[in-house]
Ligand binder design. Sequence first.
Ligand code: FMN
Length: 402
Amino acid sequence: MTDSTPSRRVLLIVGGGVAAYKALELTRLLRKAGVGVRPILTKAGAEFVTALSLSALAEDKVYSDLFSLTDEAEMGHIELSRSADLVVVAPATADLIAKAAHGLAGDLASTALLATDKPVLMAPAMNVRMWLHPATQRNIEILKTDGALFVGPDEGAMACGEFGPGRLAEPPAIFEAIMAALEGPAAKPLAGKHALVTAGPTFEPIDPVRGITNRSSGRQGYAIAGALARLGARVTLVSGPVALATPPGVDRVDVETARDMLAACQAALPADVGVFVAAVADWRIDEVFGTKLKKEKGGPPALTFVENPDILATLAASGPRRPKLVIGFAAETNDVEAHARAKLARKGCDWIIANDVTEPGVMGGDENAVLLISRDKTERWTRAAKDSVAHDLAQRIAESLS
Ligand SMILES: Cc1cc2nc3c(=O)[nH]c(=O)nc-3n(C[C@H](O)[C@H](O)[C@H](O)COP(=O)(O)O)c2cc1C
């Protein structure tokens, strides 16, 4: 799983927040990529995750105590603070941020932050009011002026029941920020490439107030657009109606109908890769009613459908303007692999990412269990967060285009 002598190392400071559990997944991602992880777990951090878990995943000793005779004899705190190429604080609590901003050094984590001569990357996580508090915002500005790098926080629902900015960035996003900080341009393998991504449902109007749509949340497509942008791609995200924030660094084009989506995709070409995640309506109403249909007028209306253009097939057959790599998504409810393989052939794309939408929590949820189907093989990926699937897919796209 890992190199015995990693060429790149991070000193990972895990602070005392509910999101500390995500530091375990981050550690796993780093070790999988061959990055050495030396953890410092704060006293408060140890209330949320155990040193044993962290140590097992990091495959290294966990440091917690500034005044430990044994630790100090083995590796002094100054040496510890410089033993890595990058210092990462995840989760960075309001407390650690405040201490670092003001140069306090009352415990091992804050002492390491003050003593280090290495770049520092912080992934803040806290309650929305703590994050928005002027004191925290001032501290962030001080740290930015001092040269600290930041990833997140994200906006969303919090463990405390409130909603807003303050959620720890997802581990794949922190991982990519770490790789970018460690490797510089090498962490941007998609620099100079253009990626076209579609996401969300389409909406086909019936009359000015009604329409036909589907349950796609857009989350998987948005996660892929974000992951591609983090790897350096210029990303055009053609999005159906969804309630999601645009990922950083992504150009978003909002559309409603399948025909609008096709036109926006064609306008965005040329692209090196097209990832067609949107759940596009196969049919639309033949003639959209110009005024709102009234209930009392002679019973329910008879709706006639016509076929929508097939965006994936059209772009996969667009000759010299065809993206080099065309990836379709298939949401299936039965015989997933067989249907997806047939779709690959029918649509003329290079890969199909197939998922079984009957699995609980996939459609509209946070996780996905996918198959990557190419012309000559099928890979079954283990069920994972949509962000993780996006991260892995973006890496595969980068390998394929390099
Ligand atoms: C249940 C619980 C959850 C907490 N979550 C957070 C958090 O997400 N972010 C934060 O800044 N502080 C949080 N705190 C407060 C910190 O644990 C506290 O400020 C602590 O002193 C931080 O220590 P450290 O920065 O050394 O890890 C939480 C406290 C409790 C009891």
